[in-house]
Ligand binder design. Sequence first.
Ligand SMILES: Cc1cc2nc3c(=O)[nH]c(=O)nc-3n(C[C@H](O)[C@H](O)[C@H](O)COP(=O)(O)O)c2cc1C
Length: 235
Amino acid sequence: MTSSELTSSEQPSSEQPSSEQRLPLVLAVCGASAQVLALRSLQLLLEAGEAVDLIISRGAFEVWRAELGLLLPVAPAEQERLLRERCGTNAGTLRCYRWNDQAAAPASGSYRTRGMLILPASMGTVGRVAAGVATDLIERCADVHLKEARPLVIAPREMPWNLIHLRNLTTLAEAGARIAPPIPAWYHQPESLGDMVDFLVARILDLFGYELGELRRWQGPIGSAQRPLASPQRP
Ligand SMILES: Cc1cc2nc3c(=O)[nH]c(=O)nc-3n(C[C@H](O)[C@H](O)[C@H](O)COP(=O)(O)O)c2cc1C
């Protein structure tokens, strides 16, 4: 049967996510600067009804406190409660995992995901994944995504990069990861840090095919002269 022979109820609808789209995204958060990008990504994904498997590294707890003034609980259930409260939504599916729970479902290649995003990625985690060393759940999941040839997007945050960082990132790119550093652009005419955060997050999630937020795509000099719509409430 061709698609033209399907009845209207059988036609694929743009409103109905495909089974591939309903798979969870593994969102891994390392102890690098820019935790706000992880929090905003989580908020946008949940608001859109998506499923997120969240792993926050041990090193990230200190950075959440320093940057967002947030004392993250270690227990997954407590983490879920606090993050949902902070994101202000009950939509979507959120599962939090302890950084050292190497027996968790996403540690196995048999567990299906839409892909994995490490945002932000620390140079420590980048180095360990590039070396094939898995000391925690984030590193194990990244290793699994590479071996299963599933989408793995790494958003490294460090400045400047030394030669070791550059070599490790090259190794990961050669192994199949996409390296997407959270580098801002100005062609969307940001008026605030919030605009910048939203652009970076939308641009990175766009790599998985998510259409979230107000990502202004470059349409040439004339299209770029328009201002984006008012920003929604941020966590
Ligand atoms: C406030 C703060 C900011 C940090 N920013 C970065 C950073 O931008 N990039 C980085 O590679 N490490 C950064 N670090 C150091 C990492 O947190 C540290 O190397 C940690 O062990 C990384 O652990 P993880 O790879 O398991 O997340 C920062 C640490 C603190 C306390």
